[in-house]
Design a protein around this ligand. Structure first.
Ligand code: ZN
Length: 59
């Protein structure tokens, strides 16, 4: 669970859209990239992102 205030300031580094929490990922609604959350810390790195489908690389 990510702190709602932290979630509020996080944005997708690719398209600057706000992300939403979904299970253990933060998902960008615009481009569909999924960012991992490691030990409670969101990893907002393009290189770490997964594509819209789990297990696939980012487009
Ligand atoms: Zn995005």
């Amino acid at each position: 669970m990510i702190d709602p205030e932290l979630l509020e300031v996080l944005a997708c580094p690719v398209c600057k859209t706000k992300v939403r929490e979904e299970a253990d990922r933060l998902v960008c609604a615009a481009c569909g990239r999924r960012y991992p959350i490691r030990e409670g810390i969101p990893v907002m790195l393009i290189e770490e992102a997964e594509g819209p489908t789990p297990g696939t690389p980012a487009p």
